[in-house]
Design a protein around this ligand. Structure first.
Ligand code: AMP
Length: 279
């Protein structure tokens, strides 16, 4: 068996920039907030297959958390993450402190007024300003050929694609399929907050999407009927939203195959979970 290369861990932006300078060939980049799981690993492996070099970042980005959200208790697992990055074939691991990325009173990216402030953006106003700001900074540091994002965060993926297109950024955005546990639960670092009972309750979220998929396969295309069915499966979980949209997040009346998205956000105890299906 080929020995795995050591991962080079980097803390400073200047160091990342200078190491990036030294790389020839293609670079795949996977930005994460750490507490890595099989969803992250599949993105890193895809980046490994498609590029000469792989950079992963782990940064719990303060600007995408609203006051009162879980920024301070968000899981941080540096040592375990380093080992996982190594096993997935990462070359450079960027682990910056907040002050490497943010200064006082500086420019921010503003998410689009409609697509950035609906759904997740309505429940978490300003969240996507923070996401787009950090992604722009990280793309400028890693200067990847391709950057990898999960479909699990559908709205984030759509907004990042739009930013890259409209800011004319020289990078290709690649999307990765949502990785689930055997029973359907979409992997998420926030699943760690769930008790055993809550984890069982959380299955309603993926089950509601599988129910939507079953109805669509049977020929149902009316979003109102599908939304009602999804809500019924979610009951009694408190729902933040159930939405059926086109691939630009605009509401639609009828599902069109290959063009639609079903997005769900619900609460299980104090844990807020999102999931979606690309129809
Ligand atoms: P995060 O660490 O939550 O910021 O996620 C880092 C990247 O991993 C994002 O592009 C996510 O969309 C992606 N990701 C998170 N969960 C999953 C999953 N279950 N399957 C695939 N990708 C995921």
């Amino acid at each position: 068996m080929k020995a795995l290369k050591a991962v080079i861990s980097i803390n400073s932006a200047a160091d990342l920039l200078s190491r990036r300078e030294g790389l020839t060939g293609s670079v795949g980049f996977v930005p994460t907030m750490g507490a890595l799981h099989a969803g992250h690993m599949s993105l890193i492996r895809q980046a490994r297959e498609e590029n000469d070099h792989v950079i992963v970042s782990i940064f719990v980005n303060p600007t995408q958390f609203l006051p009162g959200e879980d920024f301070t208790r968000y899981p941080r697992k540096k040592e375990a993450d380093e080992l996982l990055c190594k096993s997935a074939g990462c070359d450079l691991l960027f682990l910056p402190q907040t002050q490497e990325i943010y200064g006082a009173d500086e420019p921010m990216v503003k998410a689009p007024a409609v697509a950035g402030y609906t759904l997740e953006g309505q429940v978490r106003p300003g969240h996507f300003d923070g996401v787009l700001t950090v992604v722009l900074k990280l793309l400028n540091l890693a200067r990847p050929t391709k950057a990898y994002f999960g479909k699990k965060d559908a709205q984030q993926l759509i907004l990042i694609r739009q930013m890259v297109e409209r800011f004319f950024l020289p990078v290709t955005i690649v999307s990765g399929e949502t990785i689930r546990q055997k029973d359907g639960l979409a992997l998420s670092s926030r699943n760690e907050y769930l008790s055993d009972t809550e984890r069982t309750q959380a299955l309603k979220i993926s089950q509601s999407l599988f129910e939507a998929s079953r109805l669509i396969k049977q020929g149902q295309n009316q979003t109102a009927a599908i939304e009602t069915a999804v809500q019924r499966v979610l009951d009694p979980l408190p729902i933040d939203y159930v939405a059926i949209t086109d691939r630009q997040l605009r509401p639609i009346d009828q599902v069109a195959k290959g063009e639609s998205l079903i997005l769900v956000a619900a609460r299980v105890g104090s844990v807020r979970l999102i999931d979606n299906m690309w129809v």
